[in-house]
Design a protein around this ligand. Sequence first.
Ligand code: C2O
Ligand code: CU
Ligand code: CU
Length: 468
Amino acid sequence: MKKQAISSTRRQVLRAGGATLGVGALAQFSVLDAFAQKATVTRNPLRIPPVVSPVISNDFPAGLSLTCAPATVDLGGSRLSNVLAYNGTFPGPTILAKSGDRATIALHNGLNEHTITHWHGMHVDSANDGGPLISIIPGQTYNYSFPIIQRACLNWYHPHPHHLTGKQVNLGLAGAFILRDDEEDALNLPSGRYEVPLIIRDASVDKNGNLIYNPTASGFTGKFPLVNGTRDPKLTVDKGDYRLRVLNGSNARVFRIALSNGAPFTVIGNDGGLLEAPATVSQIELGMGERLDLLVNFSGLTAGASVMLRCLDARWDLLQFVGTGVTGVAYSLPNRPLSTIERLVGPTVPTRTFSFDGMSRINGQTYDMNRFDFQVNHGVTERWRFTTGGNAPHPVHVHGASFQVVSRTGGRGVVFPWERAWKDTVLLNDQEVVDVLIRFDAYRGDYVIHCHQLEHEDHGMMSNFRVV
Ligand code: C2O
Ligand code: CU
Ligand code: CU
């Protein structure tokens, strides 16, 4: 398990040789790496969280037990830092399950304040959603049990107690929750150590190197990036294709990711799983809570040469890829759609508008656990319109269903290639109006819509609704 980035229960057959269709080849790294002058930074091996299963089986008779509690971890450089962690690891273990499985998870609260864990992106009933209407006190346990009823994708998990989400996530409580299904398995995408989860966020530390949560009125802005809880990380890569599963796990920072040599990413999926067709882009703006499924080709990276994953907005080096010179796997995308996406049509009901205003309000109101702001009919497609009076970015996130982004007017003015297919979080910037189509066809029950800028959320930019 140590050597494997994300080991699948099923061995996947990788095609050796062959052309790399649609995956841009990176060439001449050492020459083009604009960040060669930073070679003096000591780089730490990228941490890969352990992979665990939430499924009761012969191998895992108890399902998954998750404890959130204070822990000390090495952020890189062998100095221990105080953080909050799930099962002592930062980020938390990568939970891996398959469509059709039943996840059984016991959450133990080892913190000195209340908490609850939400499975961001998961289609579950209210009792298993881990939203702010439920929370447990220190020492208590919450038992989740839910079937996986959705397609393969990268979801994630994090605390969601009202007023404390920003702090608990920032101090270390977050992890990846990867779902597989037969459709995705049939693509034989790069797997094992060629599939790498990348949880990217910012952070700040005190003089002793402990993580500190010191938000300003407009949100938490960390002093440096962490990828999988590692400072100045590096990952050694073979000459071949890699599948990067990227999550922006920041409280309040949008990342604009790019490779230092300008080579493209092939986007094959996002929050809700595979796109219909891959898209080749050289930079991607990723809001808090959003995910990406990327293929990157390192076949041009010779032994010892490197290329940097960067954030163009912060001008940060996020992750250095260093070539091993060893031949890896060459992956070819099939010459057919990756997936078939049902297009939501309609709607026949009036558009619902949500205005994300100031730093704490939706449609003029701050969150009240006891107030339900609207009801949605189960199985009916609706058009939801997100607008803002300023103070963006507001990554709008909905619990209980995925949606399809149909338009963005004003501001950036387009729906980006990585926003196609199914999403559960969409970035709303100043001046923008974003329309999505959404249909709740899983469960009836209580859910929330909120801004995923976690300080906005904690200050009340969240609303309860009921699917009836
Ligand atoms: Cu990732 Cu309601 O949250
Ligand atoms: Cu969520
Ligand atoms: Cu916001």
